[in-house]
Design a protein around this ligand. Structure first.
Ligand code: ZN
Length: 433
């Protein structure tokens, strides 16, 4: 089995790199992955996968942190100008991006694999030393850059699709390859889960490239993700003349400021780590006007889903009462969210054994690693685990040339891509073989 996978992967290795570079060049951020989706969809369909798109794989109300209508339609147009495959576009209109490819190979377990496909909202470095600039695949879209490696994730998924399609005769069961939109800001996974597409999954896999580990390392089951809620708060008060009749206004700026100071004063929790941050605060209209409106961008996190809920509930009470103090009202808008999550020991062990038998990685770990970040794959993990299945999140080492994720100089060691294709493919074969 190893040999067959190895042979296919070495044959398509260069394609995988080219796919990654193509996605990198035409980077699309959350809910605007129109071109990316269409290319993956065509690839899957040509390989014989049944494909599902749009509202079949996304629950509308659970999509969080959507860009404006204008942005969505501008980027839809941009995708058409940048070579999107038109056949697949209509169902993605309005930000219903992402695609699921299903390979049915008779009776047997269902294996789900998640590959996130979105870029980060930022501009890529134009330095002549930056490899994507040097080799001509830097992002041509000013507002989007693959600075997290999801271009690599998408390319790995396309590679896995080829391997499994070619080895279809060896498989007994079903493969679901989930190309997820909007992982950045943890906005997309909940909607995928909400569609029910993962309800029959028995084994679930996902991974991240890099994340501080060099090429050649495999972490079989990361965990310790912080649960998080990301939300916008809109304060509404009433304007008044600041000199003539300040008492007639309801000061939304003051209400929001009161809230900010007190949000950072939420007590620690003895049950574990918690976080809160207010990353943005806008308010008011003019110097001599009592501010009638204010906006806060807030995020809360917790080591467990319960701790995150503690932070969220406490924050909500502060926001409501700070608003009430100054006669204002608030409206909340969910912008993103993730649960905490843990890889299943049993599946982690199985990945370890498969990886050990292959010669793909130089170092293999089973420890969950350090926490601190959030990942919305946790919604998928949790759903599969609740249904009695097993899930894991792998870390696939990739050198980053000394740069960190989400920086303008970010670039991944492409040698890690084929390793990713191999381990995902081998896991599918191990379970369905
Ligand atoms: Zn990422």
């Amino acid at each position: 089995m190893n040999k067959m996978v190895e042979a296919i992967v070495s044959r398509i290795e260069q394609n995988v790199v080219e796919w990654r570079r193509d996605f990198h060049k035409y980077a699309e951020s959350a809910w605007t992955e129109f071109r990316t989706t269409s290319i993956i969809a065509q690839h899957l369909e040509q390989l014989g996968y049944e494909i599902q798109l749009g509202k079949d794989i996304l629950k509308d109300e659970d999509r969080m942190g959507l860009p404006s209508e204008t942005e969505l339609s501008e980027h839809y147009q941009r995708a058409m100008n940048q070579g999107a495959i038109e056949k697949y576009l209509p169902s993605t209109k309005g930000g219903f991006t992402g695609v699921v490819g299903i390979l049915r190979c008779g009776e047997g377990p269902v294996v789900g694999m998640r590959f996130d496909i979105d870029a980060v909202d930022m501009k890529e470095s134009d330095s002549a030393d930056h490899r994507p600039v040097k080799e001509g695949f830097a992002s041509v879209n000013d507002s989007a850059m693959h600075s997290c490696g999801h271009d690599g994730h998408a390319a790995i998924g396309m590679g896995v699709a080829v391997v499994l399609a070619e080895l279809k005769e060896q498989l007994k069961g079903t493969v679901k390859l989930v190309f997820q939109p909007a992982e950045e800001g943890v906005r997309g996974a909940k909607a995928i889960v909400g569609s029910g597409i993962l309800d029959d999954v028995d084994y679930m896999f996902a991974s991240h490239l890099g994340s501080g580990t060099p090429t050649g390392i495999l972490a079989c089951g990361r965990g310790n993700f912080l649960a998080t809620d990301k939300f916008d708060v809109f304060f509404t008060g009433a304007p008044a003349h600041a000199g003539g009749a300040p008492q007639k206004g309801n000061n939304a700026l003051l209400a929001a400021a009161t809230a900010v100071v007190n949000l950072y004063a939420i007590p620690r929790n003895s049950n574990g780590a918690t976080r809160i941050n207010i990353g943005r605060f806008n308010a008011g209209t003019g110097r001599n006007v009592i501010a009638p409106s204010a906006h806060l961008a807030v995020e809360t996190r917790g080591q467990t889903t319960e701790l995150s809920q503690y932070m969220y509930n406490y924050a909500l009470r502060i926001l409501e009462n700070a608003a009430a103090m100054h006669g204002c009202s608030i409206k909340l808008k969910a912008m993103g969210g993730a649960q905490s999550g843990k890889s299943d020991e049993k599946l982690v062990q199985r990945v370890y054994e498969v990886a050990q038998k292959s010669n793909i990685f130089s170092e293999i770990y089973t420890e969950p690693g350090r926490g601190g970040g959030s990942e919305d794959y946790t919604y998928m993990m949790t759903r599969v685990q609740e249904n009695g299945g097993l899930a894991t999140f792998m870390g696939i080492g990739a050198d980053l040339g000394g740069w960190a994720h989400h920086t303008a100089e970010f670039d991944i060691d492409e040698a890690a891509l084929s390793k990713g294709v191999q381990i995902f493919s081998l896991m599918a074969l191990d379970i369905l073989g």
